[in-house]
Design a protein around this ligand. Structure first.
Ligand code: BEZ
Length: 230
C-alpha cells in the first residue's frame, strides 16, 4: 500500500471534523443532475450524505445501486440522499451508466463531484489509508444522517473494504425519527414495532403519566420499556 505523502498528511490534518449536534455545513457543487446547493436540496427533509472512495470500484458500484433501489424507503421517511466522492461530474455520469447496467438500478439521486475536496474537507471524510496514486487521501465510506433542522444526528464511518448495510442505516433513521420528539430511546437491535426505552432523565411518576403501559424491567439500571405514545 502506498504511503501517505507530505501533501496528503497536510490535507488529512487540515480537514474539519463534524460531530453529532453540529449544523450540516452548506456547499455548492455540481452533480450529474446539475448544480446543487446542499441546504436548498435538503431543506425541510431528513437527509443522508454518503461518501465513497472512488468511482468505478466494485464495492462502491454495489452500494450506489442499492441506495437507488431503496428509493421508496427513503421517500416513505421523507429522506433525500446524495453521494459524494473526489471524482469529476463527467466520471460520475459514465459510472452511473455502468452501475445501472450491472445492478439493474436506476440511479436518479445526485452524485456530487468534489474534485477540489472542498466538501470532503468540510465534513472530515478523508481517510489516511485510502490514497490515490500520488499518496493523497481519498474519501471513505462515511454516512451522515441529518434532520430537517439541518442538524447532524448520526455519523457512521466504514473502511473502504466494507460495503455499507443500508438496512441498518434505515433502522437508524427509524430510531431517530421515532424518538425525535419524545424522551424515548431504542434498545439493542430495535426495529419499528419494538418496545422503546424511556429516557433515564424522566422519573417513574412522570414516565407512568406519559406512558401508562410502562414496565420497570430494572429499577437500578433505569430500564423501563413502553410501546410508546398510545
Ligand atoms: C471498492 O469499492 O471496491 C473499493 C474501493 C476502494 C478500496 C477498496 C475497495
Amino acid at each position: 500500500m502506498a504511503a501517505i505523502s507530505a501533501k496528503g498528511q497536510e490535507e488529512f490534518k487540515a480537514q474539519s471534523y463534524v460531530r453529532i449536534g453540529d449544523e450540516a455545513g452548506d456547499f455548492d457543487c455540481v452533480s450529474q443532475l446539475g448544480p446543487i446547493n446542499w441546504h436548498k436540496y435538503i431543506d425541510g427533509k431528513w437527509a443522508i450524505l454518503c461518501s465513497h472512495p472512488k468511482d468505478f470500484t466494485p464495492v462502491c458500484t454495489t452500494e450506489i445501486g442499492r441506495l437507488a433501489d431503496l428509493k421508496e424507503e427513503w421517500a416513505k421517511r421523507n429522506v433525500v440522499v446524495a453521494v459524494v466522492s473526489v471524482d469529476t461530474v463527467e466520471r460520475h455520469g459514465e459510472w452511473i451508466t455502468e452501475i445501472n447496467r450491472v445492478t439493474g438500478a436506476t440511479v436518479d439521486y445526485p452524485l456530487l463531484a468534489d474534485p477540489t475536496k472542498a466538501i470532503s474537507m468540510k465534513y472530515g471524510m478523508l481517510d489516511q489509508e485510502e490514497l490515490d496514486a500520488k499518496g493523497l487521501p481519498l474519501t471513505v465510506r462515511s454516512v451522515f444522517i441529518i434532520d430537517p433542522n439541518k442538524k447532524i444526528k448520526a455519523i457512521i464511518t466504514y473502511p473502504a473494504s466494507t460495503g455499507r448495510n443500508f438496512t441498518e442505516i434505515i433502522r437508524v433513521v427509524d430510531s431517530l425519527q421515532s424518538t425525535a420528539t419524545q424522551q424515548l430511546a431504542t434498545p439493542v437491535d430495535w426495529v419499528i414495532g419494538g418496545d422503546f426505552v424511556v429516557s433515564p432523565a424522566i422519573n417513574d411518576e412522570d414516565a407512568l403519566k406519559r406512558f401508562p403501559d410502562l414496565k420497570i424491567v430494572s429499577a437500578s439500571c433505569k430500564l423501563r420499556t413502553t410501546k410508546g405514545p398510545q
